[in-house]
Ligand binder design. Sequence first.
Ligand code: AOF
Ligand code: ZN
Length: 336
Amino acid sequence: MNFEELMLRALTNAESFKYTAKPNPVVGAILWNGNEIISEGYHEVYGSHHAEINAISDAKKFLGKKFDNFSELTLICTLEPCSHVGKTGSCAKKIVSTGIKKVVIGSIDPNPKVAGKGIEILKKNGVDVVVGIHEDIVKNQNKYFFFKHTNNRPYIILKIASSLDGKSHMQGDERTIITSKASREDVQILRASCDAILTGGNTLINDNPRMNARVSFPTNQPKKILLTSKEYDKELNFFKENNVQIFKNQDLTKIINSFKDQEICSILVEAGPKLANSFLNLDLIDEIIAYTSNAKLGNKAISWFKENNAIENYGFKLESSYKIETDLKEIFKKNG
Ligand code: AOF
Ligand code: ZN
């Protein structure tokens, strides 16, 4: 296998840990002796060992059997080994201490705590470093992580569930179920893939949502963000888990910018038309995921947007669409 092929293998295997590594990036590492793979390691769980450390520990089992000294091995890793001591030690320093002499890296780590400093440690200690193998795939695989560190704010997805005639819910305060069970299950997976879910006081009070990810696989539950100036009952479902941040002021841009220093790379906005339109008007949404049913709610129901099909008017274009039973799921991304 060549380095490109090894990098692809590390990328593919790392992907399995996307729900348990978040908000950290998924990372894969392979130790290679020029002939065969000696060991592989992945960042499996947030807060736990990094990929390189797992690969190094696993390789130790084969020391004296498949290889005699770490200096014979090349480390292939999808992301730059970290320089910092965070929840775990510095991967770059660990690599140097084992005596590994060559490291092939997919992409530089955009996290300002690292951002080239890991490579510097390796080079200063005489390690031969190659950077930029399948860099685009690494960036795409950890899209939210790279976005956050490039833009100093999380990637924001707006989810809407709409009737065929563009309505959100019936007038009055009662909860309206619009889309099918299959679409609602799809939303659970969407929740699981985000670092936080944001909602407003109206949705909180009218729908009493739990806003957690109810999925059949292990996932780090999204944090919860509530924007409200209203009084609310603290016994509501939303507060069942202890990871809620509440903002009483309504300056959305300030609120979003305040996440710069938090480990939140993506936010799913699940709110009513009022808050959704406020986010759109402030140009704070990066992606819209719309679930549309085949039934109409009629003139008395509340519209998502002032005019029908107004998503495009906010500068979004349709990127893909899927049928979910009788519903339609459409993904819109910002133009340009
Ligand atoms: C690596 N290898 O497998 C991962 C890295 O809080 P910590 O200590 O777990 O550090 C998290 C940061 O480390 C994360 O934001 C990113 O910059 C980097 N992730 N680095 O060398 C890994 N997952
Ligand atoms: Zn590390």
